[in-house]
Design a protein around this ligand. Sequence first.
Ligand code: AMP
Ligand code: MG
Length: 362
Amino acid sequence: MKTGISTTLRKLLPLCLPLLILAGCDSRPQVTGTRFLAFGTLVDLTIAGVSEERSEQAADILEQDFQQMHHAWHAWDPGPLGRINRLISEGERRFTAPPSVIPLIELGTRLSVQSDHLFNPAIGNLVDAWGFHSNDPEGHRPPDQQVIDDLLKQAPRMTDLQLNGIELLSSNPAVKLDFGAFGKGYGIDLAIDHLRELGIHNAIINAGGDLRAIGSKNGQPWRIGIRHPSGEGVLATLDIEGDESVFTSGDYERNFEWQGQRYHHIIDTRTGYPARGTRSVTVIHHNAATADAAATALFIAGPERWHEIALRMGVSHVLLVDDSGNLHMNPAMQKRLQLLESDGNIVPSPPLNTTQQTPATR
Ligand code: AMP
Ligand code: MG
């Protein structure tokens, strides 16, 4: 287990506390918690019903899994995804893609199309221009308007890529893949599969407040906390049993200030600027990759369009906090939430009549 925690990661520590407080303070011996670093954040693994020793072994295995995934899917390092991005930018139109990246290209394309390209993992160059590829964008400033206009004109989309077996065809050198909006979710899905292979069926994998839970806590539902959009404290609690993922995208996660205005890391692909109108979105879905992508997409869709995009993405439970603090949610979500800290109005939406299994899920 890692012991050294960098300054950036220490700053992230409080974000993990809500879950720890709610799920980790149970003193029954069958519930064990371990913590390691992955995807630049702290991952809390809580396991019920197995010994502490097995739980720690599982944490070590998962830590290695996450390290491999982080290497394979890092857009800016010279690993497998870095190589794809380099070849695309050099104008290569046809080359072999490393198998570790292919499932993410396939799933990312499906989710992007479903979201009407609001979730668009092809916009790595925009993310780059804004400086949000760095964990700590403090000190950055907005890019020149000309840079944004040029990138918007080149309109990189996942559909500019085509897979033919392991061959990747690119028709747009402006595509730069950044899996930051759903790679963590996909990684958690793989890690849950691995836990099950290890015979562990009651667990939560919580990466900085985004999580997937399976089974139960010794027969009781897992109780988790949803972060307040201020980034501090708990907005609501939620009971989970069975197999569900809860992902939140918020403007507090990564941002910088320039000339008195705050700029956050979720880019509206229509304007090239950080999306406006939303402070945070929480999505529940069976599959963590879909929940992760949908939280990002619905954040950009905002109070006007989130319902339509949620339907398109097959998401059944959504909470959106708008920039006036109003809580938009569908009735199924309202039923599930125990609100703790909010003075915002509840704005109920029509139901989201979806089945959770959509073609986009694995
Ligand atoms: P999340 O915190 O899951 O909402 O993901 C945000 C991260 O995804 C950012 O730090 C960027 O790396 C990347 N990103 C930003 N805007 C978009 C977008 N519109 N579509 C896909 N990825 C994005
Ligand atoms: Mg996301």
